[in-house]
Design a protein around this ligand. Sequence first.
Ligand code: PXL
Length: 270
Amino acid sequence: MSIKRALTIAGSDIKGGAGLEADLKTFQERDVFGMTAITTIVVSRADLSHNVYTQPLSLIEEQIEGIVEVMGVDAMKTGMLYAEEIIELVAGKIKQHALPNVVIDPVMVCKGSDTLIAGGMVSAMRELLIPTATVVTPNLQEAATLTNKERIATLDDMKEAARQIYSFGPKYVLVKGGKLDNSDVAVDVLYDGKDFELLETERIDTPNTHGAGCTYSAAITAELAKGNSVPDAVKTAKAFITEAIRHSFSLGIGFGPTNHAAYRKYGQAK
Ligand code: PXL
């Protein structure tokens, strides 16, 4: 049996809907073997506060070294890295080991909390991490922050942001427009430095989208691990996340999770 291996370098979300928990569930659903290097542990409480516990740099490094030595990697993604030093470390490891099929999800904030992640983080992402990306997957807020814009309000703004982010050095940019104003479709823009491809689905109105970005980028990672091209990987992943949002549910306190099993159970997986 030869199963492809997907690594997530990400934070743990104790609620199980986002972070490396979402990644592992998605990897399993898409039939790749999931592995983790844990950067932070995010603890949510009943008052909707989050506490983020960063793991020591040496521990993060040792996890990545161990995975490379013992398991090998067919594709990988990054999620919450949280601190400038962690971004630097992870970007260095991706380069040092020439890790293939790198999906960078430039996570900056969690839903329900507006504390932007520490200062030098954004420039470290721009200068060190995003250049390692096969595909970088900002949402509208992340794309605005990365390009020093107040906000991204139109499809043209999304394209312009994609152009600018492409100039940081990734192979592809996917700007996710799920929250675009006055839109009844969820349109994402994929840019390869030449052409724009628009991926459009209906927009599903639900508060239960906790972990949607993690899940989408994990699905892209899984498809790349299996040898698919970036445009094909993104299309399958978009269908996967659309079903996961359509069949999302309320669970616990706060925003509910997406349904990682939905594409298999109700979608077009067969
Ligand atoms: O969805 C962003 C995110 C990423 N990673 C971790 C998180 C969250 C949001 O809760 O907890 C670990």
